[in-house]
Design a protein around this ligand. Sequence first.
Ligand SMILES: Nc1nc2c(ncn2[C@@H]2O[C@H](COP(=O)(O)OP(=O)(O)OP(=O)(O)O)[C@@H](O)[C@H]2O)c(=O)[nH]1
Ligand SMILES: [Mg+2]
Length: 432
Amino acid sequence: MDILEITKKIQKTFEQYELCRLQEAQVKELALKLEKKGVTIAVIGQFKRGKTTMVNSILGKKLLPTGIIPITAAVTRIRYGKGERGEKAKVYYKNGLYEDVPVADLHKYISEQENHENELGVAEVEILTESDFLKEGLVLVDTPGVGSVHEKNSKSAYDFARESDGVIFMLSVDSPVNQIEVDFLKSVRRFAGKFYFTVNKIDTVDEEDLAEYMEYCNALICEIMGLDPGEEDAKAIKLIPISARKNLGIEVLTEMIREDLLNKAAEIMRQSVGLKLLDILKNTSAQINSYREVLKMAPNVFNRRFAEMNELLLQQRKEAEKIPDKDSEGKPKKYLRARLNEDKTFLSMKVRDLFGIEYFYYVDRSDAAEFLSAGEYREELVNTYDELEQTLNAIFMYKEENAYTVARRIEDLNILLRDMRKYSRQIKENII
Ligand SMILES: Nc1nc2c(ncn2[C@@H]2O[C@H](COP(=O)(O)OP(=O)(O)OP(=O)(O)O)[C@@H](O)[C@H]2O)c(=O)[nH]1
Ligand SMILES: [Mg+2]
């Protein structure tokens, strides 16, 4: 069975369990990724190593803002394509809305100076540009510096490394590899499909110093990645000296990536999706186990938590009733769609706090220019509450007195756990 078949099977299994909605969504995304064959490469590294300068250099144009103080505050995804007037950009907000913006205005959303502490709530930015490097479907991602204050503002570099098929990890000659970088690499090495290490700013040192520095990096990376420097595997470490500013070594890097991509795209994808699936399966087992614990909760504790949840939903319903149909200027209320998404996120958090399980909502991605009327907002919200109440009753078998139903439920979970183990085995056979 190939990895796509396994992925689809896992997805089918998850569809049968309310408890696995988050995992179902994650697996669905992986299936889509396999079908579209779009390989993602994230540029990651500590702040000021020159990540964004390198992205611009790879693209051959100064598309993204760079600078001497921490700059990149939002993740930027760059893919091949074009708008009516060349490049095209879209800003995605954390509340699920998005809007088209002129490329010339990107700095307002990406740079820390203008979008301080990400006050605009940007989740990520997408740019379409015509670059040869991206032509085969490669997606290049620029991320905020690891360990920088901005990391917490958007999806972290850690999440990105896990999500990507490849990582260009950036070091530079002006300061030695530090503990933050070592810890980071150790925590992601198992998940990211392929690593390329670039050592930037070589224009600032002479040849002799550079040779020494490269040797030091090589030994250190071998150690971090758990490889013996003499081994065959260690020779596969791709360590490339570059100067993003002076455009040195960039072609070596892009050629290397393109060669891997063209020759081994399917292999990279299989490996990387396989590892991500294993991670999801592991999380699912953890979720099932914590759910079992919750089922063992004393009845009075359980009653209290249910009462708290019901009280909350009642309050929320009342709040929803108060939303006026028009704002003070007599126009339909703006951004209710965003509010709906925020309400759903809040509910997920509440369920996690009270019942210790992940209750996942799809956050609607929608154009910021399209409004939701107050009536529609109320209707959707009430549906959301009804559904949550029913689901919670069902998955926790609240007030379920039929012993047979309870026994069946427990048996279902055992089957699910067994399936998880079976799928793990099949994946491991596929990626080793
Ligand atoms: N000398 C030299 N300076 C460089 C080179 N690449 C980048 N820089 C400088 O390093 C500084 C940081 O560059 P950025 O590209 O903004 O770095 P970054 O890693 O994206 O930084 P954050 O987004 O804040 O994490 C800028 O002043 C760049 O001009 C290089 O190859 N040589
Ligand atoms: Mg940057």
